[in-house]
Design a binder for this molecule. Structure first.
Ligand code: OKP
Ligand code: ZN
Length: 343
């Protein structure tokens, strides 16, 4: 399969993040994408191509216009306010406040459009976000044009970004944009299967009331793990979307036996929905040595994930999400793709 990858992701670098008791270098760093790209080439997965530029018209169908305008303007406004370095929020709207009035000051705006401190901005962030979005759309176009599968090597990731909020290293929801693209180009039903360790709260929020995009999430139980406030099993969709959202929260320490049983259940739901296209939000932070996660998948498990997904027999777009064990991230992410192709 082809990989779509933009070198412009590197402008999103040098960010810091809040760790438990310190400000540290962000775990979501450029070497992640570089190492995956090198592994794609080492195993001969297929050509690596750069994305075509796309406008934001598809993104505007799933993200609020003012939110996208914010993403583009936040860093210049941060500089204009006399700040430098990593732009990071420190105050967020919560219960009982005015959610309808975006502040004008940059300190207020950056918190208004986020749910945590994890979506930070540096000078190259918007260009990287835009290029990641372009990679998802270019790879989706390959699948829409008839390829069995394609790999969008997106960085930064997207699944925590909702219709009008950033967080968890995510800005534009690349998988959600791709799903909307498939819907706008002939697909009647689209499924997003999110196998990242963390619940894809943004993806769930975007499609929660829609029946045309089925969303399935396998992740660490939000009672115990980030992003904490969404991802329970009783969240099944609302209105017309009732019955089209499925969560599989799993206990910390889950290894292949428990994880693959959930994958089998999710695949049964995909088959029953019979989508025209499948999008896999591909996180490999389920790995036993991931520095911020607590599942126990091994490198030999990732090809089995790909093989199971291939058995669905659907046009499939893989969209890169998380994974922070940088040394093994290439082996694990590309392992899913080779497992898919060898099935
Ligand atoms: C993004 B993706 C603080 C850890 C905060 C945020 C995790 C974001 C994960 N010590 N963790 O889903 O891989
Ligand atoms: Zn994750």
């Amino acid at each position: 399969m082809k990989t779509v990858f933009s070198p412009r992701h590197v402008g999103h670098s040098g960010n810091v993040e809040l760790d438990t008791n310190a400000i540290v270098a962000a775990y979501e760093k450029p070497s992640r994408a570089q190492i995956i790209r090198e592994r794609v080439e080492a195993v001969g997965l297929g050509p690596v191509i750069e994305p075509n530029a796309h406008d934001l018209s598809t993104a505007r169908k799933i993200h609020a216009h003012d939110y996208l305008d914010f993403l583009e303007s936040v860093y210049p406004q941060w500089l204009a306010a006399g700040h430098s370095g990593t732009a990071m929020p420190y105050v967020w709207p919560t219960r009982g406040v005015r959610a309808d009035v975006p502040p004008t000051s940059i300190e207020g705006r950056i918190g208004y459009y986020a749910f945590d401190a994890g979506a930070t901005f540096v000078a190259g962030t918007w260009d990287a976000v835009k290029s990641s979005h372009d990679s998802a759309l270019s790879a989706a176009r390959l699948v829409q044009a008839g390829e069995r599968a394609a790999f969008a090597l997106c960085r930064p990731p997207g699944h925590h970004a909702g219709s009008n909020f950033a967080g968890g290293y995510c800005y534009i929801n690349n998988a959600a944009v791709a799903a909307q693209f498939f819907r706008d180009n002939g697909a009647k039903r689209v499924t997003i299967l999110d196998v990242d360790y963390h619940h894809g709260n943004g993806t769930q929020q975007i499609f929660y009331a829609r029946a045309d995009v089925q969303v399935l999430n396998l992740h660490a139980d939000p009672l115990q793990e980030y992003p904490y406030f969404l991802g329970h099993a009783d969240e099944t969709g609302s209105g017309a979307g009732e019955g089209f959202n499925h969560n599989f929260p799993l206990p910390l320490g889950t290894a292949w036996e428990g994880w693959s049983a959930a994958l089998d259940s999710a695949c049964d739901l995909v088959a029953a929905y019979a989508p025209d296209a499948l999008i896999v939000s591909l996180g490999v932070d389920t790995f036993e040595r991931d520095p911020i996660s607590k599942f126990r998948l091994t490198s030999s498990d990732y090809p089995k994930i790909g093989a199971r997904i291939a058995r669905l027999g659907l046009p499939t777009l893989f969209v890169m999400e998380g994974g922070y064990a940088v040394e093994e991230i290439g082996i694990n992410a590309v392992g899913v793709l080779t497992g898919f192709e060898q099935d």
